[in-house]
Structures are given as structure tokens and as C-alpha cells.
Design a protein around this ligand. Sequence first.
Ligand SMILES: NC(=O)c1ccc[n+]([C@@H]2O[C@H](COP(=O)([O-])OP(=O)(O)OC[C@H]3O[C@@H](n4cnc5c(N)ncnc54)[C@H](O)[C@@H]3O)[C@@H](O)[C@H]2O)c1
Ligand SMILES: *[C@@H]1O[C@H](CO)[C@@H](O)[C@H](O)[C@H]1NC(C)=O
Length: 485
Amino acid sequence: MKRFIDSFLLSLHLTTTSSAFLIHHHVRRNQHPHLKASQRRLRLHLPSSSVTLHDRFRKDSVPTFSVRKPKVLHPVENEDLKLLLLENISQEAVKALRLQGFQVDHSTKAMSEDELVQKIGSYHAIGIRSKTKITERVIKAASKLLVVGCFCIGTNQVDLLTAANSGIPVFNSPFSNSRSVAELVISEIIALSRQYFQRAFEMRQGIWNKQSKSCWEIRGKTLGIVGYGHIGSQLSVLAEAFGMRVLFYDVINIMPLGSARQVESLSALLAESDFVTLHVPELPETMNMISTEQLAEMKKGAYLINNARGKVVDIPALINALQSGHLAGAAVDVYPAEPGSNGAPFDDQLNSWSSTLRTLPNVILRHILEAQRMIGEEVSSALIRYLNYGSTIGAVNFPEVDLRAITLEQPDHIRICYVHNNIPGVLRQVNEVLSPYNVEKQYSDSRGDIAYLMADIADVSPADINKLRELISKTSANILTRLLV
Ligand SMILES: NC(=O)c1ccc[n+]([C@@H]2O[C@H](COP(=O)([O-])OP(=O)(O)OC[C@H]3O[C@@H](n4cnc5c(N)ncnc54)[C@H](O)[C@@H]3O)[C@@H](O)[C@H]2O)c1
Ligand SMILES: *[C@@H]1O[C@H](CO)[C@@H](O)[C@H](O)[C@H]1NC(C)=O
């Protein structure tokens, strides 16, 4: 439930703050030999801009509304953030990012490593799909890069560890397809129960087969959902609307939607379900989670559906269960190994059992298509949340940290975003720097060698902003310090 509340709050935060700008002062250690110079340049510029800043703060500090609104500001730094979007990323994403004032270069093509090394140095963010590889060499050349957006589901094309160690969070689009997958599962449940593909295949061969043995409506049948997350819970609602009885199994306790019921064990779910559908992530614990033993626990004549991850089902065991007639059919949308490109064969060289699987009746074989528009929205909003507000919620290689928004009633608050090495004593150094100020809120978390601290500081004068940034970026563990005001 907490997850639902979190994502609700997050979307609320987004819709109320999406027009806000925050300033980016970023300092990455050991990457800019000219860093000191640019810092000095900024300080020299400050007096003039500080006057306007201060004036605006004064004006805004008289609240004329009763609802607390997030603070809206403009960058003082002249350098606009530059984004490079490759591989024909959707125009919705381009629009959303330009609306934030970012300079967006859009290309329909992927880039080779050499091209990237040449070009990436001038960009603060890059958006890619699966064809562009962000290797260690590319990351080393990306002296200004703050964030990577993968406008797809997988992130294997990015060297995630090197990115994290350079202070670069990587975002992808894990949830854009949730609804689409849930709908697809409903269609597969109906198609399986009507032997739809089998009958259609026969008709194409000129065979008239009116037998309706083992074909039934899905109303009143039991659906067992393994993994009640974004997809599983959506599916639960849709299935009940079709009159199905819904059970689910999950490793955490989750409040059921509608009349669904959580069961205590996978075995209990398998024993009662007419359809079993898998919606768990790929983890060591979920590898071959459905194998010979679990298939034997399923009801005779039941169906298995997998469009979670290829390695969750032991496919040779599934083939046995189908051949013996214990299962009446299956739908498989993901495979342990998948062809690298369109038109590449799905054969025994890829998976030793491919040809056998292809010959089984009432087995639906297909593969996943990505919903590019939804992906564009999801990933561009993650990039905006990180660039403007420092939030790393949803990053795949980074500690996930966020703070609630600074409001208009807090005009001279600043936000410190500090990516650092996860070593003892760092927070003491930072807190020493912050001790003369009022730390309004602060949160830090770590993942492996990388830690990330966000802190909102009250009553910081424009002149102090640079001082703070300089002191924090000089701490021994600094990887990247950004100040947002
Ligand atoms: N086929 C597609 O197009 C497509 C699209 C999106 C996601 N997916 C995949 O579908 C799966 C589910 O996606 P989601 O967005 O619902 O994820 P999610 O993270 O929202 O939900 C996953 C659920 O599985 C539960 N879980 C984890 N380990 C478990 C275990 N061992 N036993 C039982 N439950 C367990 C978690 O507690 C969580 O509730 C993921 O693997 C995802 O990669 C596939
Ligand atoms: C880019 O995407 C748009 C919209 O999806 C599509 O119409 C267009 O043909 C694509 N261009 C290329 C070169 O792939």
C-alpha cells in the first residue's frame, strides 16, 4: 500500500511542480581541470543576479493564497542544460523536456561508441533506447553528464556501475506498460479458454472443427496472480470485472483490491487456480520459480501465463506438463534467450527447446512490444524530477532519495544534492559545513559504494550559496555536488 501512496504523492508533486525551474550548480570532482575558474566566474557574477533574486524572494514571501504551493524559480547560471535524445525517442518526451527550458537535440538514429565519445562532452543528459551503448569509455568522456534516461524497459546497454561511480543515475521505464500488459493477459486468458489460436490455425488449414470440449467462459473461474505489484493489481481489477475469482500470492502483505484474496503460499495459489499468471521481477529467488514440482501442484487442465521474465519459468518442465496433458495450455511472451533483432530466428540455437515449444497445441507464443508514448512520458518526467529537484526515485543504479517540495513560503531555501562515496565520516564533514544554517529537512541513503544526500537549508543568502557549494564539493568523498535554488 505504501507503494501506491508513494507513487500517488510523487505524481501529485510532479503535477504541482512541473513548471518549476531550479538552478544547477554542479561540481564533479576530478573531471574539470577548469572547475575552479568556472566557480570563480560564477561568484563574480553573483552580485548583480543576487539583487534580482533577492527582490523576487521578497515579493514571493508575502503569501497571497492559502494552499501551500511549490516554489517556482529560474536558473541564475547562464548555461542551459543540454539534452541529447537518440533513437527517435517520442516527440511527447521532447516537448515535455523543452517545456522545462532544456535545450534538446533529437536524432532518429543511434550513435556508435566513437561518435558518442566525440559528442557527449557537451551534454548534461542523454536519452537512449536499446541500440546505443553507454560504455565506460563513453562515461569517462561525459564530463558534464548528470543523468541517463533509457526510454525502454531494459538497462543492459548502460554500464550501470561506472555510471553510479561517476554520480550519474540511470532511469528507465518499468511501469509504462503495466496497463498494457494487464490487458494483454486478459486477452490471453480468453484466447486460451476458447482454444482460439488452435481453432484459427485449423481454419487456415481448411479444417472445420466445431468441437467445444474444454472451451468455457472465464466467468466464475479462478485466476491466481503471482506478484501483486503494478501489473498484478491492475490485472486483478480487470479480471474481477470479467466475473473471475482472484487470488494472489506475494512475498509482502498487500491490501487486496476489490474482492481479491491474498493466499499464504505459492502452493495454495497453484492448487486452486484455473489460470496462473506470473508478475514477479527477475530475482535469484524467482529463477525457475515455476518448475516440475510447481506445475504438478497446478490443477489438471489449468493454464500458465508468463509475461514477466523469461527465466521465471523452467520451460522444459512446462513442455513436459503440456505434453502429458496436465496443463491445457500456456501463453509465453518472454524467453530465457531472445533474438537480437527483428527477423532473427526463434530456433533451437537460441533455446534448445524452441522447435518443440512451437509445435505444441494451445500454446500462445508472442513477444512484447513497448508503448513508446507512455515510455516517453515516464522517462522524461524522471529526468525532469532529477535535473530540477534532485529526486532519484526509480533510478536503477543509485540510492533512491527524494524530499518533499520547497514551498513558496520558503523563498530563500536551497536544496543541496550531494553524491558521494559511501565511506565513514562523510556526513560529519557535511554537517560541519551546514551547522551555521537551519537544516529544514535532510535524507540520505546508500547503495553499494555510492551514497546520496539531499538537504533543504533555510535562510541562505545568495552570497552564501557559492560558499556552501564550494565547501561541500571540497569534502573528501565528493563525487558530485549540485545546488538547486
Ligand atoms: N512483459 C512486459 O512488457 C513487461 C512490462 C513491464 C514489466 N514486466 C515485468 O513484469 C514483472 C512485474 O512488473 P510490475 O511492474 O508489476 O512489478 P512490481 O515491482 O510493481 O511488482 C512485482 C511484485 O512481485 C512481488 N514479488 C517479488 N518477489 C516475489 C516472489 N518471490 N514471490 C512472489 N511475489 C514476489 C513484489 O513484492 C511485487 O509486489 C517484472 O518482472 C517486470 O520486469 C514485463
Ligand atoms: C520516428 O518516430 C515517429 C513516430 O513514432 C515515426 O513516425 C517515424 O517514422 C520515426 N522515424 C524514424 C526515422 O524511424
